[in-house]
Ligand binder design. Structure first.
Ligand code: WTA
Length: 648
């Protein structure tokens, strides 16, 4: 495998970048030729951001699994596609070659077909990080079903909402999932999610933990039985065959729910052709992947990072992807370093929150760990602070492995702004340069392009809201079932621009530094959580009158969740009531959305028109009490003093 579109020098980056902007159709048409198409596209790109309508490789026919698996079988059948490291380091590692992956994906496809799944049907996947999760995702893609993976940290209620929104009729899950010393009862959570659900016809259950599970006759079936039967259908005389469905480039590949500033998560839709080209192109270029490298992305496949850089990016490049079931701190804080040492990992891609948490354990967990195999490090999910960047660089990369700070989003499909490892310069805490095809622009509230100003250090810096001027192949196409929502969320704030929701700085060399969300979305341990969602969940708690949720700086999580709650119920006891509220949030959204701090207040600072002034609440949560800015428009300025006095 070789990647003719891999950029290898800074001059080439500049040339390619210019070419991609001057003539995107020619540029992406050339890149796309490196994939297997059953029929070539009629046009490379049609678009307007008004509706929005975005089509890449329209008329092209393909199946993404042929690009991720079949095309490598003639030359690389025995090469590992996935290396699986189990939660417990003493358990057996599984090495899944391309031939084995092909067989398993064909079996899953056959199993789905046997159970009535058709092209375009939605399959919800709620599994732990086992190879079967990757087989399930790819099995859906093989028959043209739309997968929607839900992270294991979401509650039954969240799953129920997503099932309903996607109108999903099929679920693939596990009995349970191992995470550190925990055993998460996934099937039982699914059972709760299905109370009252009338649409789901089949639940396929893979056995991982052998936790007792209820199996409802006619609906719940065992993965193992179904796969065994499917095997007899797809394998004849040692030859495995299951024809991949011919898909249009613009058919949906998956739905992935993500939080926004409104209360309800939205189903971001990615389509096949553009997403494939984009994840592959960014994987090969940002990480400078070389054939034979072992890529270890520590994310969960329940998030976009796992979709793009555990599954589709590495596999479409014929790479080897390391999939890890556990957590960084179990059995001890040396777990990542053990894995790097044991498997000779070359590329390590993780989140700043994990780095900060591991930093807290000092250098002891690194002793006697050979990290020499590492050539490239990556971070994603939130801004990386300089301290964490330097720790990563010095202690993990030994100052010889370039760090790529990759900025992107669920909606962008793959990396939009990042240095290219060892090719373009790394600048601590700066995501740096846009990928070819990406045209960022910083605008003010009115959509006017911001101008640079000279800062105290004499540097020329532009600061503004980060937007993108034109589509790249991996951009979202719609939000499931509600195109208008897609338009208002991303394309209506500023005319003819995609609005990211992030703020950024730009230096005079065109490098970008992402400063964080400018909307009401929090980033907690690299997970996106909408404040409105958390407020809705808190408000569901009996006795709660109103609440306001803001973020505050947190040493490990990046941002913590601070909730101000007006409670007028009976039986109030601050500590216990807080715990009750946490329980409610866990039920409604999931444990990942539990506030770190709950402050009970008598009132919230509101304007005369009834709008909560979050700016003030944010400042108080951040510990800034002196300089709260103008509070004269408040209905009752007195509440501010009370809130300040009670700060946690
Ligand atoms: C933030 C994760 C700074 C950002 C791939 C974005 C980052 C949100 C970075 C998307 C980075 C992601 N530097 N901030 N390198 N990467 N973010 O959808 O606020 O889970 O909007 O996608 O994470 O989160 P999401």
């Amino acid at each position: 495998m070789h990647y003719p579109y891999q950029i290898t020098s800074i001059e080439q980056y500049q040339k390619e970048y210019q070419r991609s902007i001057n003539n995107p159709e020619e540029f992406w048409g050339e890149v796309a030729q490196n994939f297997v198409w059953r029929k070539k596209w009629d046009s490379v790109l049609n678009w307007n951001f008004k509706e929005p309508k975005i089509e890449w490789f329209k008329g092209g026919k393909l199946n993404i699994t042929e690009n991720c698996i079949d095309r490598f079988l003639p030359t690389m059948a025995d090469k590992p596609a996935i290396i699986w490291e189990p939660n417990n380091p003493e358990d057996r590692v599984r090495v899944v070659t391309y031939a084995r992956l092909h067989k398993r994906v064909c079996q899953v496809a056959q199993m789905l077909k046997n159970n009535g799944v058709k092209k375009g049907d939605r399959v919800c996947i709620y599994m732990g990080m086992v190879p079967e999760l990757a087989y399930a995702v790819l099995g859906c893609a093989r028959i043209g079903a739309i997968h929607s993976v839900i992270f294991g940290g979401f509650s039954a209620q969240s799953i129920a909402d997503r099932l309903e929104d996607a109108k999903a009729e099929f679920i693939i899950t596990c009995d349970g999932a191992f995470r550190g010393n925990k055993d998460i009862p996934l099937k039982s959570i699914i059972d709760d999610a299905l109370i009252g659900n009338k649409l789901v016809k089949k639940v396929i259950v893979y056995t991982r933990t052998r936790t007792p599970v209820s199996m409802i006759k006619g609906r719940d079936i065992w993965w193992e039985d179904e796969m065994e039967y499917a095997e007899t259908q797809v394998e004849k005389d040692g030859v495995v065959h299951f024809p991949a469905e011919e898909m249009d480039a613009e058919d949906p590949l998956f739905i992935l729910y993500t939080s926004g500033s409104t209360g309800k998560p939205k189903g971001v839709v990615h389509t096949i052709g553009g997403y494939m080209v984009w994840t592959n192109y960014t994987f090969v270029n940002a990480f400078q992947y070389k054939p034979g490298d072992l890529h270890f992305c520590t994310a969960d496949i329940g998030w976009i990072t796992g979709h793009s850089y555990i599954v589709y990016g590495p596999l479409s490049a014929g790479g080897t992807s390391l999939m890890f079931e556990g957590v960084p701190t179990w059995p001890d804080a040396g777990r990542f370093w053990d894995i790097v040492d044991k498997h000779k990992v070359n590329i390590l891609y993780t989140a700043p929150t994990a780095i900060r948490s591991l930093m807290g354990f000092g250098l002891e967990p690194l002793q006697n760990k050979n990290l020499n195999s590492l050539t490239t490090l990556g971070t994603v999910g939130e801004p990386i602070n300089e301290e964490a960047w330097h720790w990563y660089n010095e202690n993990i990369g030994k100052k010889k492995s370039p760090i790529v700070d990759t900025w992107w989003q669920t909606e962008t499909g793959g990396v939009l702004i990042s240095n290219l490892a060892g090719v373009t310069p790394a600048i601590p805490s700066w995501a740096s340069l846009p990928m070819p095809g990406v045209q960022p622009v910083l605008v003010d509230e009115n959509g006017q392009e911001c101008l640079p100003v000279i800062n105290e250090a004499g540097a020329s810096i532009t600061s503004g809201n980060l937007c993108i001027k034109a589509p790249w192949p991996g951009i979202l196409r719609t939000t499931w079932g509600d195109h208008e929502r897609c338009r208002t969320n991303y394309f209506a704030t500023y005319e003819n621009l995609y609005f990211t929701g992030d703020g950024a700085l730009k230096d005079d060399k065109g490098n970008y530094r992402i400063t964080g969300r400018v909307d009401d979305v929090l980033n907690v341990s690299g997970h996106r959580i909408g404040t409105a969602e958390v407020e809705n969940a808190i408000n569901m708690h009996s006795g709660v009158i109103e609440s306001a949720v803001v973020g505050y700086p947190h040493d490990v999580k990046g941002q913590g969740i601070y909730a101000y709650v007006i409670f007028e119920g009976k039986h109030f006891e601050a500590e216990l009531t807080s715990k009750d509220i946490l329980q409610t949030v866990s039920r409604i959204i999931g444990p990942i959305a539990k506030p770190d701090k709950i402050q009970f207040v008598k009132g919230l600072p509101k304007t005369r028109s009834g709008k909560i002034m979050r700016r003030i609440l944010r400042k108080i949560a951040e510990g800034e009490t002196a300089n709260l800015g103008d509070t004269s428009t408040l209905l009752d300025p007195g509440v501010v003093d009370e809130i300040k006095a009670g700060k946690l």
